[in-house]
Structures are given as C-alpha cells and as structure tokens.
Design a protein around this ligand. Structure first.
Ligand SMILES: C[S@@+](CC[C@H](N)C(=O)[O-])C[C@H]1O[C@@H](n2cnc3c(N)ncnc32)[C@H](O)[C@@H]1O
Length: 178
C-alpha cells in the first residue's frame, strides 16, 4: 500500500532534497515506479535505483546521460546487502522496510551523506495495509537508527489525516565528516 500518490513526490523527500550534496550520487532503495528517481534526476543528482522490479525506471537510463544506474535485485533473499561496498551522498527510502538492511543504509552513507527515510509505523493497522509488524516501524525506530550515528535534522512519528490516513515515521539525518 502506497502512502501518498504513487506518482507524486513525497512532501518529506521534496522538503529535504536540498540537504543532499549537490550533484551527488543518491541511492533510491526499493524505487518502485520511480517517483523519487525522477525527482532526483530532475534535481541534478546521479541516481542508483534499486528494486526487484525495475521496469518503471529502466527506460529512463537512456535519457539521462550516464546519471542513472538501475539494479534489479531481490533485497530480501538473505544475501548480504548488494551495495555494501558502495558509499552514497544520499539514500532515499519510502514506503519500504526490510529490517536486516537498516544498518547497511547508515553504513552506506559517505561522509556528509544524507538519509531520507519515510515509511509506515505501528498503528497503521487500523487504516489498512501494511499491517504486518515486519513492515511497520516500532515507536522511535527511525530515530534510534539515526541517532547518535547521524545528525538528525528532522524526525516525525505522526498519523496523517486526509483521504489516505496512515501512521508514518520520517527522518532526515546527515552522516558526520562532510
Ligand atoms: C510500496 S512500493 C514503494 C516504491 C517507492 N519507494 C515509492 O515510495 O514510490 C515498495 C517497493 O518495494 C519493492 N520491493 C518489495 N520487496 C522487495 C524485495 N524483496 N527486493 C527488492 N525490492 C522489493 C517493490 O517492488 C516496490 O517497488
């Protein structure tokens, strides 16, 4: 279940995109339809877009002059994180949670790199999917992931009203040593 429009850029990601080092290389993990891959490319970043289904983003490669790398991979098959050897200036994750990867995401930030993460949290069960606790952040979980390893610029643990109510956590955090 998507929080927000499947095509519209998350307001959280849009708000904190300027934190990402200009022209840097940003990982869009579980990129799905590519709303943030497109947004980041439009903002001048290099992007590594990863998903088990890259059919929406693969067609963008040709038009982006070497700035888009697409990786089709199952992130949950028990293998080590496939990008463990890489460091990113930014990592964007929205509406996706696979807990075994969380530590790799923090470790995958280059000095000064920025983590922008937004996904569903416990409490969302009353609104609909996802309801599986494996896919729902526990109270404070994103904050605990970031702090104190990263400098937390912003964190929210909120219930969103409107047409598509949901419980979400969001963090924007910067790795030391820029
Ligand atoms: C709800 S969508 C979110 C897509 C995108 N991040 C967004 O917010 O627009 C979840 C994404 O996770 C991907 N995904 C789920 N399980 C995966 C796995 N085992 N390996 C890689 N990608 C996976 C799905 O293919 C899907 O694109």
């Amino acid at each position: 279940m998507m929080h927000g429009s499947p095509s519209r850029v998350s307001a959280w990601i849009a708000r904190f995109t300027p934190l990402l080092p200009a022209g840097g290389c940003v990982l869009d993990l579980a990129c799905g339809g590519g709303r943030h891959t497109r947004h980041l490319l439009d903002a001048g970043y290099r992007v590594v877009a990863v998903d088990r289904d890259v059919s929406a983003v693969a067609p963008l490669v040709a038009a982006h002059d070497g700035r888009l790398e697409v990786l089709e991979v199952d992130l949950e098959d028990g293998s080590p994180f496939p990008l463990r050897a890489r460091r990113f200036d930014g990592i964007v994750v929205t509406n996706y949670l696979h807990r075994p990867l969380l530590a790799d995401l923090v470790a995958g930030l280059a000095p000064g790199g920025v983590l922008l993460y937004e996904t569903f949290a416990v409490g969302n069960e009353r609104f609909g999917p996802p309801t599986n606790p494996d896919f729902l952040l526990r109270p404070g979980e994103l904050l605990d992931l970031a702090h104190p390893r990263l400098r937390v610029v912003a964190y929210e643990d909120v219930t969103v009203d409107g047409d598509h109510p949901a419980c979400v956590q969001r963090v924007a955090a910067v790795a030391p040593g820029a």
